[in-house]
Design a binder for this molecule. Structure first.
Ligand code: KG4
Ligand code: ZN
Length: 332
């Protein structure tokens, strides 16, 4: 079965084709980062307009690149939520209209489920059940994944998400938006010179809180008489170490508590090199395994939506000419 996947929940237009027998056939992505950078964050109206501008050319490009006639597509998966309403409506309308014209079903997908299952597209994926660390711009969750569609959130952030903390810290250091990658590159040039808080490290539960860490960075920045490149690199390094330590410790705790042995890491912050290293080192010491998606599938993309659709073909809906998006939608 060939599934077309469409992702438009935020600032990336992603389209992909996933074959249940052959795997990923192809994918294409347009990032709107340049469009929103000047505003220091995503402007919803601009995001929707850009999705509208590019969704058809991107789809046509992917179909011609992969030599796939439209009538070979068996089902269309699309991100129904959570995300920006206007942006979600572009992908949903496109998916539903195309499915209607081709007389094929649609599969509405939860964006976070896409992230969660993305590592399973790689070779030698873990078997269910497993633990997942979902670290994106909007979420920091530890999830007990029992099987496709059965998710228990056992740890969550009380305030800022990990990606948000990276982005806000990056902004304080003048690194632009979104700053996660830039901050991690700067951190490589610095040293662990500043002692920053490890929020909730010893709370005994699996929850996170990163707003205090961001405030500590703000105070640190303000305390510098001269914020040299050298000091910025040291702050970036110290911040990254603090956040990595908390994420690693809580994942280890969650594995111990649930008696699960595999951890899957997904979401944009899952691309972070130091986090990957720290999880790999610390988990292997306790004979736990860790699985990551390839870097390009950590951040938003269409492939994870096409793949989630392929895993959920049983849930496909026959078209009834009505559809809705779910800008707020709990994963559990
Ligand atoms: O999953 P994602 O693409 O979008 C959401 O669904 O939120 O995640 C985006 C987040 C941003 O906060 C970005 O700064 C962060 O992931 N990010 C990183 C890295 N690459 C992306 N954070 C730390 N290190 C990275 N290498
Ligand atoms: Zn995402």
């Amino acid at each position: 079965m060939l599934v077309l996947g469409i992702e438009t929940s935020c600032d990336e237009t992603g389209i992909a084709l996933y074959d249940t027998e052959k795997g990923l056939i192809g994918h294409t992505l347009h990032s709107q980062v340049d469009l929103h950078e000047a505003y220091g964050g995503v402007v919803p109206e601009l995001a929707s307009r850009d999705h509208i501008r590019l969704i058809v050319p991107l789809l046509e490009n992917l179909l011609s690149k992969t030599k796939t006639p439209k009538d070979r597509i068996d089902a269309i998966a699309y991100t129904q939520g959570p995300g920006l309403s206007g942006a979600l409506l572009v992908g949903s309308a496109m998916a539903e209209a195309l499915a209607f014209s081709l007389e094929i079903p649609t599969i509405p997908i939860h964006h976070l489920e896409g992230h969660l299952l993305a590592p399973l597209m790689e070779k030698n994926p873990p078997a269910f059940p497993f633990l997942a660390l979902l670290v994106s711009g909007g979420h920091t969750q530890i999830i007990h994944v029992k099987k496709v569609g059965v998710y228990e959130i056992i740890g969550d952030t009380l305030d800022d998400a990990a990606g948000e903390a990276f982005d806000k810290t990056a902004q304080l250091l003048g690194l632009g938006y979104p700053g996660g990658l830039a901050l991690s590159l700067l951190a490589e040039k610095g040293h662990h010179h500043f002692d920053l808080p490890r929020p909730l490290l010893h709370s005994g539960d699996l929850n996170f809180s990163f707003s205090g860490l961001k405030t500590a960075v703000l105070n640190l920045v303000r305390a510098q008489t001269l914020l040299t490149d050298h000091i910025k690199a040291d702050i970036a390094c110290s911040f990254q170490l603090a956040i990595t330590e908390v994420l690693t410790k809580k994942c280890l705790m969650a594995l111990d508590q649930t008696h699960l042995t595999s951890l899957v890491v997904s979401g944009g912050v899952g691309a972070n090199k130091q986090l990957r290293q720290s999880l790999q080192e610390n988990l292997s010491q306790k004979n736990y395994s860790v699985f990551f998606p390839r870097l390009e599938f950590c951040t938003d993309n269409g492939a994870m939506i096409a793949f989630a659709g392929a895993m959920r073909l049983d849930n496909s809906l026959k078209h009834d000419l009505s559809f809705k998006v779910k800008p707020r939608w709990q994963l559990a």
